[in-house]
Design a protein around this ligand. Structure first.
Ligand SMILES: Cc1ncc(COP(=O)(O)O)c(C=O)c1O
Length: 707
């Protein structure tokens, strides 16, 4: 199977012509035409077919392929259906080797063994998995080797020399070179630096190199072919399909393919994929495949995992950047001057934040008839809402911007849900004189309009994201697309304890100022440590920052509160840990809200900051080890918490925090009077008053006697 790929390259080499690798999304635009399209591509001169397996969150793809994924998903295209297309195409004479190309989660959920076995049975020759770098793919690659399938590595312009050597060693058929930084999409010209990039790779290997990203015309094809062994075309083919008339799509791609590769002018030769012996040189090189494991080849300093969770599931273009980031973080962490500098911004941030006894809330719980007279624990509030910009997000934003400065990045991008992280990022960028772009789902931009204007006032560019559910997950996809394009000068200031290693550890480190201060303050004010620590969980940054300094105190109960939306028995919630399953999204292995095909669900929460289908990987681990309990609180219950805190303590809390407030109240009722609850008030609720005003009547809740 991998041999068929090698044969194609070898035969093309003998004929002194390039290999044409054609990409098409499975089931796009119409499943009924897919088999014809595959045959049309081959008839037009395609030597290898990359068959795109659709995913809800194609974070390295540009608009054309994103749209084709969405359309295919509307037709319910999945792996089984894609296998069936290939099986039908083979039955009708398709000879070209086929690679499944896509993102990891659908393949993981399908089952890697089953996937490889079925691919072999049906005649799929291997895989290109955008967000599964070799370091994370030991298992899949071993299975491929066992079954004779190929796992094709990618090399990007940002890949370092050392890594090029590793990637060359693990290649078993050909290497896919991404010719430019950025997402997929056709461009006006071939990148001028292509010869240099190909030359860098050639130094280490004689394995065939296929170059893709941006190729669309015959002229591009010829330029790329003059440097590489193969030419990959994707977006342009998808675009041709989009523009073609229904029923004539196969003909259109055939015509385009034969024009672009020169078959129409008779330059191309027939290829007999099945009957060519493989050149010994290539054989030998390919046989030297190496299982590239995290331990062996990557210079990790910190462990990238929390049990089975975490890791670095990123497109190749980002890999070396996150390794550099980890190194910079570890150096900074061990450098007292870094922390001195961090603390020099405490006056600016409003640290340390206060710990306040919520006496009226505690009294109200004790006075409630449903509370046992012996019960009613004291509730203590860690007032992150009083920080500059109104939430805990500033703790992380200052830390990461100082790091970005250390590694010489001049442009900052961020995603935001509630807008609080966007505001914190825009604020620090104003303070440090850095360019700032914030991605925000357009649904969130509407419900958090005040924060959009705040970011703009602070000089940031806010980019509304219309794709997907138009919330936080889609903002992260778009920020990732920006990052793969601009990784050389840009730091992605991730706003929660999510994403690829080292972000979860880094964000925890900057946010754990919350728990460290609270510990000292509890000892001083309550004379003891709390019996229970509680915080809301979106991505999980305020929670992990509050929890981390208490995790080793086994007697202290820890509870994370997720957004239960309309209830976790409905489809409208964001309670990832309570109702999700492990998978891979946004660079990390963690619990996810997903369907049985590994497609990511749309989520709902009244609070934009909790409206996310994933969660930080450390929380997944804390859940599975049983150290932390995670519960879900509905929109309505959060509004009750919101109202009680506002009216009993004179603190209007963020809707995110309100979830934790509600549950803290329920727990306080069941705990003794001499017990203490530490509650992280992650942010203030000014941003939420419009949403609350709209939502209260829906639940039959009133603001006050005359409302
Ligand atoms: C006030 C507030 N609390 C909590 C969150 C949830 O984020 P995390 O779980 O990372 O703390 C947000 C996110 O925007 C927020 O604005």
């Amino acid at each position: 199977m991998a041999d068929a790929l090698k044969r194609v390259f070898q035969q093309a080499k003998e004929k002194k012509r390039p290999v044409f690798v054609a990409f098409v999304t499975s089931g796009y635009p119409d499943p009924e035409e897919t088999v014809d399209i595959l045959l049309g591509l081959e008839a037009g001169g395609a030597d290898i077919i990359e068959f795109g397996i659709p995913f809800t969150d194609p974070l390295a793809d540009g608009p054309v392929i994103q749209e084709s994924n969405n359309e295919a998903l509307k037709h319910k295209i999945d792996i089984d259906q894609s296998l069936s297309f290939i099986s039908q195409a083979r039955a009708r004479g398709l000879k070209a080797p086929v690679l499944f190309m896509g993102y990891y989660n659908p393949m993981l959920i399908y089952g890697e063994e089953k996937l490889v076995e079925n691919c072999k049975k049906i005649g799929v020759n291997g895989f290109i998995v955008v967000d599964l770098p070799p370091e994370e793919s030991d298992h899949l690659r071993k299975l491929c080797t066992q079954h004779g399938l190929s796992y094709v590595p990618l090399i990007a312009p940002s890949t370092t020399e050392t890594r090029i050597q590793h990637l060359s060693r693990i290649s078993d058929s050909f290497i896919y070179i991404v010719s430019r930084l950025g997402t997929t999409g056709f461009r006006d010209e071939v990148d001028k630096k292509l010869p240099e990039l190909v030359g860098r790779v050639r130094k280490y290997t004689n394995i065939p190199l296929a170059v893709g990203f941006g190729v669309s015309t015959k002229e591009h094809f010829q330029i790329v072919a003059s440097h590489a062994d193969g030419v990959v075309i994707g977006s342009k083919i998808v675009h041709v399909l989009k523009s073609a008339e229904k029923g004539k799509r196969a003909e259109s791609v055939k015509a385009y393919a034969s024009e672009v590769c020169g078959l129409s002018s008779g330059h191309k030769y027939e290829v007999d994929n099945m009957n060519v012996k493989v050149d010994q040189n290539i054989q030998n090189d390919c046989v030297k495949t190496d299982v590239m494991t995290a331990d062996k080849n990557v210079p990790y300093i910190l462990s990238p995992r929390f049990g089975e969770f975490g890791g670095q599931y990123v497109p190749e273009a980002l890999f070396d950047c996150i390794i550099e980031l980890e190194k910079a973080f570890v150096e900074a962490k061990n450098d007292p001057n870094f922390w001195k500098e961090y603390q020099s911004y405490y006056d600016y941030m409003g640290r340390e934040s206060k710990l306040q006894f919520a006496d009226r809330l505690t009294d109200a719980i004790r006075a409630d008839k449903s509370t046992d007279p012996m019960n009613g624990a004291r509730i203590w509030l860690k007032r992150e809402d009083l920080n500059h910009t109104g939430s805990h997000k500033i703790n992380n934003a200052i830390g990461q911007v100082l790091l970005a400065k250390r590694i010489g990045k001049t442009r900052i991008i961020a995603e935001t849900g509630a807008g609080q992280h966007g505001v914190a990022t825009a604020t620090v960028c104003a303070k440090f004189g850095l360019k700032c772009v914030v991605y925000m789902g357009s649904k969130d931009a509407k419900r958090q309009a005040l924060n959009v204007f705040r970011m703009q006032l602070l000089g940031a560019t806010v980019v509304p994201v219309d794709s997907g559910s138009q919330t936080l997950k889609d903002a992260i996809n778009e920020a990732m697309r920006d990052w793969v394009t601009n990784v050389q000068n840009t730091h992605y200031l991730v706003g929660s304890a999510i994403g690829p290693h080292p972000f979860p550890i880094m964000v925890r480190e900057f946010q754990s100022v919350i728990g460290k201060e609270a510990r000292e303050q509890m000892l001083k004010k309550a004379g003891k440590l709390p019996d229970l620590v509680i915080a809301c969980v979106g991505g999980g940054s305020n929670a992990i920052g509050t929890f981390a300094p208490f995790v080793d105190d086994k007697d202290i109960k820890i509870v994370g509160v997720e957004a239960g939306g309309d209830g976790i028995d409905t489809e409208r919630h964001s309670a990832t840990l309570s109702a999700g399953k492990p998978g891979v999204l946004h660079g990390t292995r963690t619990y996810l809200l997903q369907n049985d095909k590994g497609q990511i669900n749309d989520t709902h929460s009244i609070s934009a900051g909790l409206d996310y289908p994933g969660v930080g990987p450390e929380h997944s681990w804390l859940k599975d080890t049983g150290r932390v309990e995670y519960v879900a609180v509905t929109d309505k219950e959060a509004l009750i918490g919101f109202k009680m805190m506002s009216q009993l303590e004179g603190i209007i809390p963020a809707l995110e925090t309100s979830h934790a407030i509600y549950h803290a109240i329920q727990l306080a009722r069941k705990m003794r009077k001499d017990q203490d609850i530490l509650l992280c008030v992650s942010g203030r609720g000014d941003k939420d008053v419009d949403s609350v005003k709209e939502a209260l009547p829906k639940y039959g809740l009133q603001v006050g006697p005359d409302s």
